[in-house]
Design a protein around this ligand. Structure first.
Ligand SMILES: [Zn+2]
Ligand SMILES: [Zn+2]
Length: 136
C-alpha cells in the first residue's frame, strides 16, 4: 500500500499532527461516549498505526473516558482529536473532521448504530453495525 501523508489539527491551531500511512476502518461512530466527547451526534474516525501519527506542534492532552480508553484533545480549545484503546495499543484513531482536507478520507460504515439519536437520519447506503465489534 502506498504511504499517505495527512495533516490536521485543532480549532485554535495550538496542536498540529501529521499522519504517514494508510487509514483503516474509516467510520461514523454514533456511540454515546463519542457524542459527549465531541458534542456532536456522531463522530467520523479513522484508525492508523500509532507510530504513524506524529504531533508536530503542541501537546496532546488525554483523559481516560472509560476503563481502557484514552481520548486526546487540545487543552487550549478542547477539540477532540484522538481515541486509543489499551486493547489495541498499536493503533490510534483520529477524528477525520480535524484533517486539513477532510475530503480525502470518507467514512465507509456506521458503528454503534444502536446508540444513534432518533433525529439523526442516515442518508447513505454504507454498512451499519449495531455495535463496534465489526469495525475492529
Ligand atoms: Zn486547540
Ligand atoms: Zn464512539
Amino acid at each position: 500500500m502506498t504511504q499517505s501523508v495527512y495533516a490536521g489539527g485543532c480549532l485554535c491551531g495550538a496542536l498540529r499532527y501529521e499522519i504517514s500511512g494508510p487509514v483503516s476502518n474509516p467510520c461514523f461512530c454514533h456511540c454515546a461516549s463519542c457524542r459527549r466527547a465531541a458534542g456532536a451526534p456522531m463522530v467520523p474516525w479513522g484508525t492508523f498505526a500509532r507510530d504513524a501519527v506524529r504531533i508536530t506542534r503542541g501537546r496532546l492532552s488525554e483523559f481516560r473516558s472509560s476503563a481502557q480508553v484514552w481520548r486526546g484533545f487540545c487543552a487550549h480549545c478542547g477539540t477532540s482529536l484522538t481515541y486509543r484503546h489499551e486493547a489495541r495499543s498499536a493503533e490510534i484513531d483520529v477524528t477525520l473532521a480535524t484533517l486539513d482536507d477532510p475530503m480525502r478520507i470518507e467514512p465507509a460504515m456506521h458503528v454503534w448504530v444502536k446508540d444513534r439519536l432518533p433525529w439523526v437520519a442516515i442518508g447513505d447506503s454504507l454498512p451499519r453495525h449495531e455495535t463496534g465489534a465489526a469495525s475492529t
